[in-house]
Design a protein around this ligand. Structure first.
Ligand SMILES: NC(=O)c1ccc[n+]([C@@H]2O[C@H](COP(=O)([O-])OP(=O)(O)OC[C@H]3O[C@@H](n4cnc5c(N)ncnc54)[C@H](OP(=O)(O)O)[C@@H]3O)[C@@H](O)[C@H]2O)c1
Length: 348
């Protein structure tokens, strides 16, 4: 029904904005949104007033404190506190306001560090988490358990999806906080500018997307001032295998999972194992990723991996058979997705 009142929490974020695009394309005309400055979701009283006044029928919970390894490792208290508060406030107030259906967005980092690959939904709570993002992962596990507990005690229909690494329009390119793909797009773009001796463009990039770390700046400066072949250093050995999903595919999957009849959703899940993995089902090495990003960005120099820096888990791939069983598959290939992401990066 396209006149359902749907609240998309986090509608200005990368995923929330993609969910809004899908819902609008489907003709939904009664979308409810609030920016962070209009409604701080960690504020319990404000969230209570919002739900009591707006009374949505459905909720997409795509608001969260999000960041890459560095941010997770540096601000664990902020990650666990803000994410727990956002989830608890929204899920509890949604129930009080009679919200029938809700979709919680978690993350693939809920799975143990040494989970068997590909990681199936059953791997949840079977081992120790990756320490660098444990605080964030615990908050995401709590989100799944909130949904399951409200379903069990109050008969609600609150669902969860666990996305793999996402990228695309609306991503964040600040090198202190960003994820693998946006960081790689920006670094290779900067390396291309340095190869073209375009220091003015590098300074423009810095003004637009945030500070360039001193070691990278030094490297770019040296490349700018010389005619030797450019060589961009990246962290690690380049051998870890990772999975990536274009954000529009994530949004399609979210709306698909939310639109399923309760019986169809329940048939593919269990009351206390109710989450669904969302990924492309394919992985590639960080080195292959760097080569593909270099091709898309148009950087012709070399990329060198600094093996003195940590690699992280050797492989992270989601088992997406539940999602496929529900009739949903990723549509956008990596190179095409990267082209769209890079076009968005250049436009901003
Ligand atoms: N990006 C990925 O690779 C990835 C991977 C797996 C899972 N996920 C999950 O997908 C969801 C969406 O992620 P995303 O990449 O779209 O993140 P994002 O771009 O950072 O968007 C998150 C949104 O939440 C809002 N928000 C944060 N704290 C808030 C608060 N206290 N009150 C109100 N709004 C608040 C942010 O607003 P401000 O910017 O104004 O603070 C932002 O609009 C998250 O649950 C995330 O864990 C993302």
């Amino acid at each position: 029904m396209t006149d359902t009142r749907i609240y998309v929490a986090g509608h200005r974020g990368m995923v929330g904005s993609a969910i809004v695009r899908v819902l609008q394309r489907q003709g939904h005309s009664r979308l409810i949104t609030r920016s962070h400055s209009e409604l701080d979701l960690t504020d319990q009283a404000a969230v209570r007033h919002f739900f009591a006044a707006e009374r949505p029928a459905q909720v997409y919970l795509a608001a969260a404190r999000v960041g890459g390894i560095h941010a997770n490792n540096t601000y664990p208290a902020e990650f666990i506190y803000q994410n727990l508060m956002i989830e608890a406030n929204i899920i509890h107030q949604a129930w009080l306001a009679g919200v029938r259906r809700l979709l919680f967005l978690g993350s693939s980092c809920i799975y143990p560090k040494h989970a068997a690959q590909p990681m199936s939904e059953e791997a949840l709570l079977t081992g120790t988490l990756e320490p660098t993002n444990e605080a964030y992962a615990i908050a995401k596990i709590a989100g799944i358990k909130l949904c399951e507990s409200y379903n069990r005690q109050y008969g609600t229909d609150y669902r969860s999806v666990m996305p793999t690494n996402l990228y695309g329009p609306g991503d964040h390119y600040d090198l202190q906080n960003s994820h693998v793909i946006p960081a790689m797009i920006r670094k290779l773009h900067l390396a291309k500018l340095a190869t073209g001796h375009d220091w003015a463009a590098i300074e423009q990039d810095e003004a637009r997307h945030g500070p360039i770390p001193a070691d990278l700046r030094h490297h770019l400066y040296a490349t700018c001032g010389s005619d030797t072949e450019a060589c961009l250093p990246l962290w690690g050995t380049g051998t870890p295998m990772r999975e990536f999903l274009y954000v529009d595919d994530m949004a399609e999957a979210s709306v698909h999972v939310m639109s399923l009849d309760k019986s169809a959703y329940d048939a593919h899940t269990r009351p206390m194992l109710s989450h669904i993995n969302v990924g492309s089902g394919e992985d590639l090495s960080i080195r292959q990723l760097a080569e593909t990003v270099a091709k898309v960005v148009g950087y012709a120099g070399r990329v060198e991996f600094d093996s003195s820096q940590p690699d992280g888990t050797p492989r992270k791939l989601l088992d997406v058979s539940r999602l496929h069983g529900l009739g949903c598959r990723a549509q956008v290939g990596l190179e095409e997705g990267l082209r769209r992401a890079y076009a968005d990066f250049l436009q901003r």
